[in-house]
Every structure is written in structure tokens, then in C-alpha cells.
Ligand binder design. Structure first.
Ligand code: NDP
Length: 452
């Protein structure tokens, strides 16, 4: 990292709160990556691009008051971090999870700027959410919370201003309730949220987009780096939510053998290959624990080869050719990376946002593992969100095949752009530096062109 930037960064770090640790982790990685670009072109320093980029345009923080089924009044905190709109309207998901705080949303919003830039599409970066925990809440409670959340959020969003989407804890059901409330308050019917159910303006393939995109990116990366297909290869996946499920689906459709997934209570291992139909039933329909997978298998007199050791997140101890962390941030540590490498893993693709710790990432790079960073690998979700905005604006409905084709093309282009950028800056094969430089450059050039 350049000394002058390091000094400014340290000053900035000390003036902020402990919740920002994860935000600094993301920023430090980006700043280290883009140092060759900053050293080679003085205009980025002259226009103070970095100083301007690391501070969000604005952070909106608000109170969300709602009443639960027992008529008890509950209070949560809501946020929207509008980070940068140089390339287009603010765009990024909403997360409902008890761990949500300003620091996590700043980290996710900052990553979102570069991710959205990498897609080549006209979208800026933002993130939002609440510390509300949807787990164990009735459908009615979810609806009441979403309505209360939108009562405040609607003042700051709009189809040309800021277009939120889903993330952890926010799927089509929550987007539906949020959209319904927005419509009621504003008397407008426009594409202010993406990830809507298809019946009222959603795009076909949005649920599948992030997971399918991760696999399209990985296919392209493995073809470029190793000339190898995924067909017949053993793969491990963590998580059992939206991203994990559709990563598994696409991998299976390409003939890969996916032997694991996980949830917050444990890891499921099935050497026969995961029964995805059953996982969808348990996680998407019943919203239950993966442990049910075992009881269903036992009842059907299957050979009990599946295992679910609870209380432990042990996906990365399972030998595989390619690993797909799709649960949450910092879930893959140095010990996990070491296990993966020892067991012969050659490729890691981040479906979740920043699931690998910096130490794990370093180990992957030093062992020449093909490593697809989140801001590139999981950009399929936001790409299809932008396709949804285009469809809403033109009142069109694209077919599943058209969206799929455009998604695949977008992921292949991102992969190519990153590989070429890495080569241009003397770090061939390093997809982290390639992604950070390519993503930063497009935003920075737009900021310079738009003046201060
Ligand atoms: P979901 O809420 O649908 O699923 C998250 C899954 O991960 C759940 O199964 C959850 O378990 C599991 N999980 C959470 N924490 C842990 C943990 N510590 N160990 C093991 N499993 C865990 O979220 P998404 O699939 O939408 O998002 C996953 C990640 O992908 C996040 O980092 C998100 O920011 C990122 N992402 C999502 C996009 C999208 O389109 N949805 C787009 C781009 C990035 P449980 O079922 O028990 O809660």
C-alpha cells in the first residue's frame, strides 16, 4: 500500500467505531490491490478519488416500530447506506439479520460499488437493512415489520434514485410486502425494488441469478486457467439459502457432484450427492433445519450415508475439487483454507460476500488456487436486478432463456475483463487484484468526468 494512503487510512480508521472492523478489512484489500493503478496514474490522487470513495454519500438511520402477534410493541433500527451513484442509481440489497449494524452495511455497500461497476451496467452502490430477526416470526409479523420499515425508507428511494433488492433474510416474500407498502404510500407502481415476484414485475430467473452466475463465472475461470470443465468433479457448497441452493442446482445440471451444504446450526454431508429437491422443500418451503434431511432419508429407508454434525461448520474439511462458500462473511478461515488445499481443492468461488478471511485468501493466492472473489463471482444477482429495472422501465417481460443467456454473457465478460486487467497490471491469475482494479477504474473515471 502507498505510504501516503496508508497514513490517511490509519487516521480514518482511528476516527471510526469498532463495528467498522469488517469495513476496514474490505477497504484494506481494495486499497492494496489498486496501489499499482494509483502509482501509475496521478489523476486519481489529484482528484482525491480514494478519499471521496471510502465515505458514503449518506447514511440514513431510522427507527422501525411495529407490533408483534402478542400485541407487544417492538423497536428495531433500519438503515440505508447510499454509497456512490457515479455510474447509475444506488443499487444494493436489504439484509434483515440480528447482526446488522452500520459497519457491516458500509462494508457491503463499499463492495457493492465495485461489484456493480464490474458488471458494466449503469448502477451505483448501496446497501441497507435492519437488525430485525425474521427467524421464528409469523408471516403476519414479517408483513407488519416490512410495512413499518418502508414507512420510513420510501422517502429515500425511487426508480431513478435508489433501487433496493433482497439479501440475507429478505426474499421474494419480504420484497412483496415492502413493495405493497411503497405502492400504498406513494400511489405509484414503479420498479423501485428488484427481486419482486414475477406476478407483479419481477424478472424471471432473479431467484436463480446469483447462484447460476457463480457457476458461470467459475466455468469461465476454470476454462481460462486450467482448461478443465466442472463435469464429474466433486464440489462442496456452504449455506442452504438462496445463493447456495441455486449454485447447487447449476452445478448439478453441469454434471458436478455436490456433496455438502450447511445452515447456521450444522453441516450436511451426503457422499451420493445432495438431494436438492429435498433441500428446497426443507429450506424454502418449511424454513426448517437441515437436520430434517436425515429423518426423511431414514424414513424412506435410504442408506444412511448423510451426516449432519450440529454445532460445527465443517464444510471445508470435506475433500473436493472446487469449493463454493455461499453462507456468510468470514466463514472460511486460514485453517479451512489449509484443509481445502491439503485435500486437493483447486478452485474457490465466493458466492457469499467476503466469506474468506484475509489470511485464507492469502493462502489460496500463494498456492495458486483459482480464486473467484465475491465482487466478481456473485455479481449475477445484481446483474439480473438491473435486467429487472430495464424490463420495468420498458414494460417488457423477457423469457427465462433470454435472461439466462444475458446472465451467462455478463459473467463471462466480467471474468475476461478481470483476467485481462490482472495481466495488464502484472498480476496475471490474481482475480482479486484484477477485480479491484477493473471495478475501481470505471467508477473513478466516471467520478472524474462528473467533476467534484
Ligand atoms: P439466505 O438468508 O437465503 O441464506 C443464508 C444461508 O446461510 C442460510 O441457510 C443460513 O442458515 C446460512 N448461514 C448463515 N450463517 C451461517 C454460518 N455462520 N454457517 C453456516 N451457515 C450459515 O441468504 P442468501 O443466500 O441470499 O445470501 C448468502 C450470502 O450471499 C450473503 O453473504 C449475501 O450477502 C450474499 N449475496 C446474496 C445475493 C442474493 O442474490 N441473495 C447476491 C449477492 C450476494 P439458516 O438457514 O440456519 O439461517
Amino acid at each position: 500500500m502507498l505510504d501516503i494512503i496508508k497514513n490517511e487510512f490509519d487516521k480514518f480508521k482511528h476516527s471510526n467505531c469498532a463495528d467498522d472492523a469488517i469495513f476496514f478489512q474490505a477497504m484494506e484489500e481494495v486499497i492494496t490491490s489498486i496501489t499499482p493503478l494509483l502509482e501509475s496514474d496521478a489523476k486519481y490522487k489529484r482528484y482525491a478519488i480514494l478519499d471521496r470513495l471510502i465515505i458514503p454519500d449518506r447514511i440514513i438511520k431510522f427507527k422501525v416500530t411495529w407490533m408483534d402477534d402478542k400485541q407487544v410493541i417492538q423497536v428495531n433500527t433500519g438503515y440505508r447506506v447510499q454509497f456512490n451513484n457515479s455510474l447509475g442509481p444506488y443499487k444494493g440489497g436489504l439484509r434483515f439479520h440480528p447482526t446488522v449494524n452500520e459497519g457491516i452495511l458500509k462494508f457491503l455497500g463499499f463492495e457493492q460499488i465495485l461489484k456493480n461497476s464490474l458488471t458494466g451496467l449503469p448502477i451505483g452502490g448501496a446497501k441497507g437493512g435492519s437488525d430485525f430477526d425474521p427467524k421464528g416470526k409469523s408471516d403476519f409479523e414479517i408483513m407488519k415489520f416490512c410495512s413499518a420499515f418502508m414507512t420510513e425508507l420510501h422517502k429515500y428511494i425511487g426508480p431513478r434514485m435508489d433501487v433496493p433488492a433482497g439479501d440475507i433474510g429478505v426474499g421474494a416474500r419480504e420484497i412483496g410486502y415492502l413493495f405493497g407498502e411503497y405502492k400504498k404510500i406513494t400511489s405509484t407502481y414503479d420498479g423501485v425494488l428488484t427481486g419482486k415476484p414475477f406476478i407483479f414485475g419481477g424478472s424471471l430467473m432473479r431467484p436463480e441469478a446469483t447462484g447460476y452466475g457463480v457457476v458461470y463465472f467459475t466455468e469461465a475461470m476454470l476454462e481460462h486457467e486450467r482448461k478443465e470443465p466442472l463435469k464429474g468433479k466433486v464440489c462442496t457448497v456452504s449455506g442452504a439459502g438462496n445463493v447456495a441452493i441455486y449454485t447447487i442446482e447449476k452445478l448439478q445440471s453441469l454434471g458436478a457432484i455436490v456433496v455438502s451444504c450447511s445452515d447456521s446450526a450444522g453441516t450436511l454431508y451426503d457422499s451420493r450427492g445432495i438431494d436438492l429437491k429435498l433441500i428446497k422443500e426443507i429450506k424454502l418451503e418449511k424454513r426448517a433445519s437441515l437436520e430434517e434431511y436425515l429423518s426423511v432419508n431414514r424414513a424412506a429407508n435410504y442408506i444412511p450415508v448423510a451426516d449432519y454434525p450440529d454445532g460445527g461448520h465443517s464444510v471445508w474439511a470435506i475433500p473436493c475439487y472446487a469449493a463454493f462458500p455461499c453462507a456468510t462473511q468470514n466463514e472460511l478461515t486460514k485453517v479451512d483454507a489449509d484443509n481445502l488445499i491439503k485435500n486437493g481443492c483447486v478452485s474457490v468461488s465466493e458466492g457469499a460476500n467476503m466469506p474468506s478471511t484475509p489470511e485464507a485468501t492469502e493462502l489460496f493466492l500463494s498456492h495458486k488456487i483459482c480464486f473467484a472473489p465475491a465482487k466478481a463471482a456473485n455479481a449475477g444477482g445484481v446483474s439480473v436486478s438491473e435486467f429487472e429495472m430495464s424490463q420495468n422501465a420498458s414494460m417488457q417481460k423477457w423469457s427465462f432463456a433470454k435472461v439466462d443467456e444475458k446472465l451467462k454473457e455478463t459473467m463471462q465478460q466480467i471474468c475476461k475483463r478481470i483476467a485481462l486487467t490482472a495481466k495488464d497490471y502484472g498480476v496475471e491469475g490474481n482475480y482479486i487484484d484484477g477485480a479491484n482494479i477493473a471495478g475501481f477504474k470505471r467508477v473513478a473515471d466516471a467520478m472524474i468526468a462528473e467533476g467534484i
